[in-house]
Design a protein around this ligand. Sequence first.
Ligand SMILES: Nc1ncnc2c1ncn2[C@@H]1O[C@H](COP(=O)(O)OS(=O)(=O)O)[C@@H](OP(=O)(O)O)[C@H]1O
Ligand SMILES: Nc1ncnc2c1ncn2[C@@H]1O[C@H](COP(=O)(O)OP(=O)(O)O)[C@@H](O)[C@H]1O
Length: 621
Amino acid sequence: MSAPTITENTRTDLLRIATAGSVDDGKSTLIGRLLYDSKSIFTDQLEAIERTSAQRGDSTADLALLTDGLRAEREQGITIDVAYRYFSTPERKFIIADSPGHVQYTRNMVTGASTADLAIILVDARKGVLEQTRRHAFLSSLLGIPHLTVCVNKMDLVDYSQDRYDEIVDEFTAFAAKLNVSDVSFIPISALRGDNVVERSEPMDWYSGRSLLGHLEAVHIASDKNLIDARFPVQYVIRPQRGDGLDHRAFAGTVAGGGLTVGDKVVALPGGFGTEVTRIWGPGGTELAEASAGQAVSISLADEIDIVRGDMIVRPGNRPHVGRDLDAMVCWFSESRSVSVGDTFLMLCGTRETRVSVSGLNYRLDVNTLHRDADADELELNEIGRLTLHAQRPMMFDEYRRNRATGSFILIDEATNATVGAGMIGAPVAHDSNVVWQETKVTREHRAYRGATIWLTGLSGSGKSTIATELERRLVAEGRPAYMLDGDNLRHGLNADLGFSDDDRRENIRRTAEVAALFADSGAVSLVSLISPFAAERQRAREIHEARGLTFVEIFVDTPLDDCESRDPKGLYAKARAGQIAQFTGIDSPYERPITPEIVIRPSDGPPAEIAELIIARLGM
Ligand SMILES: Nc1ncnc2c1ncn2[C@@H]1O[C@H](COP(=O)(O)OS(=O)(=O)O)[C@@H](OP(=O)(O)O)[C@H]1O
Ligand SMILES: Nc1ncnc2c1ncn2[C@@H]1O[C@H](COP(=O)(O)OP(=O)(O)O)[C@@H](O)[C@H]1O
């Protein structure tokens, strides 16, 4: 049976709208007007509103009752802070997140707006651009909402004055220039009277643009989505049940970027093992050929890899950052506690949860002036600042501006389980600049042995590990401290978060070089057995040693690819040839041969034991 293909799933038929503004700005009325004039209100609701308005003696239906009714519901159950209203026209479907404008505005706006395509900012024509307007505009830009629509409301109360409107447009434009928003539109409206909401306004014939609804129907959002970076955070692992026809485990989740197609080569992070997508199911179990961002699907993979909730399936050549240190803009929500350096929280980033500690508060931002206060030592309710966080286990993430789903997280108070903050990731952090080198009193002269690093490089199966094992055995037998640092083994622990992309291999080599240098510094002989395919990285490993006065010996285990492949001790070449492992060195990932290694070993040099003898003799150990 052939699976149906979804070629175009950009979901441009749905527009998610966030609204910002306080009750006084007429937000409820505006939403009500949109629903009312686009005939989206259910008749029974409408009758109830007309009844209530009549009871109050109002001459027209008070549309704010539509959303205020929701607010009353909300007050009973504190969990729903953001109300979602749905309506549609023949052009499009709309979801409006109505976040109440009270004291918790940051939380509500962040919660309601984080997936929004467009934010409506309401400005009262009489009051103009207020502190709150700037705050909302800033939050919208921070949240990466691609389109901003400023509705200058209550135009009827300023006699539909074009001058007043132009003044507000100029003032807002001047502020927005400092923000990172690419698309800002302005519409003069009267939500109460319906001017330019759904129908064009007669008294404002000087305005030639679209009505708000016309604008919402027309705004182009297809190109806003990240269709490039395939990201599939695993939410659940579905194990096969007897008789369900599933012969493999399946992994359920929502595609958080790009798309996945049956047959795609993928890797599961942080483990980094490569495999292939074999099947994709949509909701209700329909089999699909592909899935794209926003779709909830389950997938199965060709290999039985150990994947758990919180892991991420991505394409081998396009990976998110994997790391434990990151920099983020954090909005603080908690009334009961502030955040400062040293605090710990649970971080939920996509489906992955880990404990984090705050390792730096770089600055607190004044959202009105955009001034950065670098002296701030905490963030309180509704404040926004840039924090550096250190996670207990590796996190997979993208920069927020690249992917809002994989670039955001929430912070949870471990004691109360309350969500206390939300963050938008700026960048990974390489190291902590506040760390200084701690000198020790024990120098190399005090140690019984001078250490060194013997670095074996070569293709997989070339014999690096076999030779290193022989060397280790001989040296230890002679009482020399020696320790083998094998690529495979390190990848089970220290380097478990790394895969086989060029970047990950570089990091793998860098870390291993650092560890080898520490062992060598302690007086041991580090026996590194790492493919280490890049000349520049091997050179860096050498420099790490030489900078500390440590001996570094590069041994090139020069076994031709054909020999390695016919040995194939782990069956990996066969898998790589069958396309089951991507980026395999020598097959579809490069190996740069060393030009001037200290020693070159060839298969004709004899069995591994003899080779080890030879090396020890050559090095005079
Ligand atoms: N795609 C791909 N390419 C190369 N190797 C792969 C790959 N996937 C898994 N493996 C297994 O991982 C071992 C290599 O790890 P290294 O840390 O030495 O590699 S590297 O230095 O980062 O290039 C290597 O072990 P060795 O055979 O001992 O070298 C393989 O067993
Ligand atoms: N000099 C050699 N001559 C013949 N076979 C070798 C030699 N060195 C290693 N081998 C064999 O080749 C394979 C190499 O595997 P391994 O040492 O794990 O390579 P690598 O370190 O590159 O992963 C082993 O099965 C080993 O017995």
